[in-house]
Ligand binder design. Structure first.
Ligand code: VAH
Length: 316
């Protein structure tokens, strides 16, 4: 049985629906610290689990006979800068509880999300390699870098079958992201439809690696379905689909909404974005477990506009 911790979040919610589709609703238990996404809560088995509380996690694992855990709970980059110690405690306590439960034999397989936030201002920004200098300057990036080291350590020392992916910015329409630096790339689509204009908190030429949610979910499912011997890297794999700037994204939206306008008012998140890569080399993932993306900026924008127009029409 599968447990998703952080099932109400941007990735966790779509992962829940996808895993229920693949493995059957009764085999997938969704959990979060509160009932913050009623679509997830009301569409299958749901438990309140506090990822920072070892007993809370262990009780759920024993109650539902869980053998696989997707740990999707974390505090993201922007919020993490506001509450550094909370970000450290949440992101690290939750990882240690799940790694230790696996070490003690209660869990067989773990998915743990890393991020391009592990890279910092001294990392080569173009086609950033799988193995390179990583001096992250955000608390979130530090938790992801050290989390990768612990995952690799628990695999080598205790044989824990943990697998990870360095997600780029993720664009989705079903659930809003929370507290990220790349959230502009989701907000802009909503505002383009509801207001016809968007004030970007990143400057027009801020190029970042991005990915449509469907590709991110497919990557997550496929790395977990790969045979253990195929997973050569137990920290976390680079994956990539596209890179774009707010200006390029606005141009893609204008093809659907010609009168859409964008303005720029960079805030504190600009300093975070400036430390991250512009593009990512994901050849290791493509080689080891046949990763490939399907969506580019145009096809993602087609899908986002189509789905959000439907979503807002039903609301009005
Ligand atoms: C964030 N969406 O903005 C996350 C992600 C690469 C960005 O880690 O913090």
């Amino acid at each position: 049985k599968i447990l998703i911790i952080g099932a109400c979040g941007q990735i966790g919610s779509e992962l829940t629906f996808k895993l229920r589709e693949i493995y059957g609703g009764d085999n997938v238990i969704a959990s979060d610290i509160r009932y913050s996404n009623l679509d997830v809560v009301n569409s299958g088995i749901f438990e309140i689990v506090d990822a920072q509380d070892y007993a809370s996690v262990k009780i759920c694992i024993e109650k539902h006979n869980i053998d696989t855990v997707y740990l999707m709970a974390a505090m993201l980059s922007a919020t993490g800068e506001k509450y550094p110690m909370k970000a450290w405690d949440l992101n690290m306590d939750s990882l240690f509880h799940v790694l230790n439960l696996a070490k003690e034999g209660f869990i067989k397989k773990i998915f743990w999300p890393s991020s391009i936030a592990v890279f910092g201002p001294t990392t080569p920004t173009a086609n950033t390699p799988q193995h390179t200098v990583m001096e992250p300057t955000t608390v979130y990036g530090i938790t992801k870098q050290v989390g990768e080291r612990w995952c690799d350590y628990y695999h080598k020392k205790y044989g824990v079958d943990v697998r990870g992916i360095r997600y780029p910015g993720i664009v989705s329409w079903k659930t809003m992201p929370g507290g990220g630096t790349t959230d502009y790339a989701v907000e802009i689509y909503h505002k383009a439809i509801t207001d016809g204009t968007y004030e970007s908190f990143l400057s027009e030429n801020t190029e970042l690696p991005m990915m449509f949610m469907d590709d991110a979910i497919n990557a997550t499912v496929s790395i977990m379905q790969a045979t253990s011997s195929a997973i050569k890297i137990r920290s976390a794999y680079n994956i990539a689909a596209m890179s774009f700037t707010p200006q390029q994204l606005a141009e893609a939206i204008k093809k659907h909404i010609p009168d859409f306008t964008i303005t720029y008012n960079p805030d504190c998140r600009q300093q975070i974005a400036d430390t991250w890569p512009k593009s990512i080399d994901d050849s290791a993932a493509r080689k080891d477990w046949n990763w490939k993306h399907n969506f580019d900026l145009e096809s993602m924008t087609n899908e986002m506009i189509l789905q959000l127009k439907k979503k807002y029409e039903t609301v009005q």
